[in-house]
Design a protein around this ligand. Structure first.
Ligand code: GUN
Ligand code: ZN
Length: 438
């Protein structure tokens, strides 16, 4: 592997904690900053350019001027086999799943299809400045295997897992309870903590798993407590009614997952729009997190996530932020931040730009249990970086001239910006050059 030593120069932004809790103490910003990358692609040093260590002064330099260098975005919930099915007009979540999603995911039984899709999917992430994702795959072992392999070839940190789903969907995308355990174990043995890969035990949601399969998922998590666990929870009203009918003896939706041992500290529950106070208290007690997917929720008409209810400081549930492509309508975490801001406004809440950028970087990295490797410009972390152009579009350039602070600059970007703001993406210290074919 080539020596990746260099110094990346520009405005630098990094988080030490959640600005909503620690205020300005959580933010490290340098107007004239630098990030020194070591030969192995990890960050050696970051700070004010004027303080650059002596031994780094002769290194090659990437000059980014007034652009903002920060940790690469982390997408805490996205569906790999939905990479091309954005903008499918479902009446609601369940209609969208049945009519568009399950048929599309059925195609991932074929390894060549999954391999080609994995390259496009990862290019899409990097083009949007997203250097790590927690992705659902399809129910087919070959699709998760192909995605892990493609991420490894690019040196990307990626978490995924084979989706477990053995009922209430098209036969082509279903598995079977016992086989889903066997396949998941094989993938864990092959991929979990191999290089930058992490395995995520992935029962789709309560509606598409039998009790037998949820029990298998619970056993998997008990046997592999270092693995992540992802599923969907309390997204749409018709989904919640269906769960009530399928699991009449459980007091609420969260209780179904609790009964099978699936609510633990590595659990990431997508959506969580309609959670009761009791459900939030139990998720918080377990150390589980809820992942907010605003463009998806608005597109599918699922409802408005209440960030202050879920994250209530008296019993805070961790909150992540994600695109949820293909229910989500954009791969861009910048657009996702803007949509989260608007959802917060509609709920009478506020989401500051600094907090939004924290959620999209260190916040999500923490939820993925990867904050010791990614998510900030801290020495020792991988140099997975995004370089943001606050003047990327005519609208932004004009607006940026009015910005007097980094906070305002970031706010304008999250409200009107998108993938055009991505000036460069670094993976482990190497600039991603894009793939012309896509
Ligand atoms: N619930 C179960 N499966 C899915 C999915 O693929 N997308 C979304 N948004 N919600 C789900
Ligand atoms: Zn989802």
């Amino acid at each position: 592997v080539a020596d990746r030593s260099r110094v990346v120069i520009g405005r630098t932004l990094s988080f030490l904690g959640d600005p909503a809790i620690e205020a300005d103490a959580a933010v490290r910003y340098e107007e004239h900053g630098a990030v020194q990358i070591g030969p192995d692609g990890r960050i050696v040093w970051a700070g004010a350019l004027a303080d650059l260590p002596e031994d780094a002064r002769a290194l090659p330099r990437d000059e980014h001027g007034a652009k903002i260098i920060t940790a690469g975005f982390v997408d805490a919930h996205i569906h790999f086999p939905q990479y091309r099915m954005l903008a499918a007009p479902g009446r609601d979540l369940l209609d969208w799943l049945e009519r568009f999603t399950f048929p599309e995911e059925s195609q991932y039984a074929e390894r060549p299809h999954a391999e080609a899709a994995a390259e496009i999917f990862l290019d899409r992430l990097l083009a949007n400045g997203t250097t790590t994702a927690l992705a659902f795959s399809s129910s087919h072992l070959v699709a998760a295997d192909a995605l892990f392999a493609a991420a490894e070839r690019r040196g990307m940190a990626l978490a995924t897992g084979k989706t477990m789903m053995d009922r209430n969907a098209a036969p082509g995308c279903l598995d079977e309870a016992e086989a889903s355990g066997v396949d998941s174990r094989a993938l864990i043995a092959k991929w979990h903590r191999r290089g930058r890969a992490r395995y995520c035990i992935s029962p789709r949601f309560a509606i598409t798993s039998t009790e037998a399969q949820l029990a298998v998922a619970g056993e998997l998590l008990r046997d592999n407590p270092d693995c992540l666990m992802q599923t969907h929870l309390s997204e749409s009203l018709r989904e919640i009614e269906t769960v009530k009918a399928l699991f009449p003896n459980d007091p609420d939706y969260t209780a179904v997952y609790e009964r099978f041992g699936l609510v633990g500290p590595t659990g990431l529950f997508a959506h969580g729009i309609h959670l009761s106070e009791s459900e939030c208290a139990r998720l918080a007690e377990a150390g589980a997190a809820v992942v907010h997917c605003p463009t998806s929720n608005n597109f599918l008409g699922s409802g408005l996530f209440d960030i202050d209810h879920v994250g209530d400081p008296r019993r805070p549930v961790g909150v992540g932020l994600a695109t949820d492509v293909g229910g989500g309508t954009s791969y861009s975490m910048i657009e996702t931040m803007g949509e989260a801001y608007k959802v917060a406004m509609l709920k009478g809440r506020r989401l500051s730009a600094l907090r939004a950028f924290y959620l999209a970087t260190l916040g999500n990295a923490r939820l993925l249990r990867m904050a010791d490797e990614i998510g900030s410009l801290t020495p020792g972390r991988f140099a997975d970086l995004v370089v943001l152009d606050p003047e990327a579009t005519p609208v932004l350039a004009a607006r940026d001239a009015l910005s007097a602070s980094i906070e305002d600059r970031l706010f304008a970007m999250m409200i009107t910006g998108d993938d055009r703001c991505i000036a460069a993406t670094y993976v482990a210290g190497a600039v991603w050059r894009g793939t012309a074919a896509h």
